[in-house]
Design a protein. Structure first.
Length: 162
C-alpha cells in the first residue's frame, strides 16, 4: 500500500524570493509617501501665496483711482506689455515691478509685511486706452534656487469715465 505524500512546506529559496518582492514593493510605497509629503508642502505654499495675492488684490480694488500719484502709478512702462510676467522676468533680483512692499499704504488693512515669511508681493500697473488700470499682483517665494509665483489680475476702471 502506498502512503499519501506528507505535507510539504516552502523552501528557503521561495521564502527569500517572496521577501525580496515584498521589500521592493514596500520601498516603492515609501518613495510614494515621501513624494506625497513634498506635494502637500508645495500645495500649502501655493495656497498661502494665493491667499496673500488675493488679499492684496482686494485692497487694490479699494484704493483711490489716481494714475499720477500713489500706488496705481505705472512707474515702469517697460513691463506694460507683460504685466503678468509671462516672460519670467521676476526670476531676477530685484524684479522689474512697478510697486513692491515699500509702496503699500501705511493704512493697509490687509496682511502685514511681518506675516509674509518668505513671500514677496509686487504689483504692476498698465493703463488701457480708456484709462482703466490693469493691475497684476505677483506673489513669489524661493523654491529650489529659483522663484515660484502666483499672479492675479484686476481691472480698475477710471471713475471719471462713467
Amino acid at each position: 500500500m502506498r502512503r499519501a505524500p506528507g505535507p510539504r512546506g516552502f523552501t528557503i529559496l521561495e521564502n527569500i524570493i517572496a521577501l525580496a518582492v515584498l521589500l521592493i514593493a514596500s520601498s516603492g510605497l515609501l518613495s510614494l509617501n515621501v513624494y506625497s509629503l513634498r506635494l502637500g508642502a508645495d500645495s500649502r505654499r501655493v495656497t498661502r501665496a494665493t491667499y496673500i495675492a488675493q488679499d492684496l488684490l482686494n485692497n487694490v480694488e479699494l484704493w483711490h483711482y489716481n494714475r499720477f500719484s500713489g500706488p496705481l502709478v505705472d512707474s515702469n512702462a517697460g513691463n506694460d506689455g507683460d504685466i503678468g510676467d509671462t516672460a519670467q522676468a521676476f526670476e531676477s533680483d530685484p524684479p522689474p515691478a512697478d510697486h513692491g512692499e515699500a509702496d503699500i499704504p501705511a493704512d493697509y488693512p490687509g496682511i502685514p509685511a511681518a506675516q509674509l515669511q518668505d513671500y514677496q508681493r509686487y504689483w504692476n500697473v498698465a493703463y488701457t486706452a480708456d484709462n482703466a488700470a490693469q493691475v497684476a499682483v505677483i506673489v513669489r517665494w524661493p523654491h529650489g534656487g529659483a522663484w515660484r509665483r502666483v499672479v492675479m489680475f484686476a481691472l480698475k476702471p477710471d471713475p471719471s469715465a462713467r
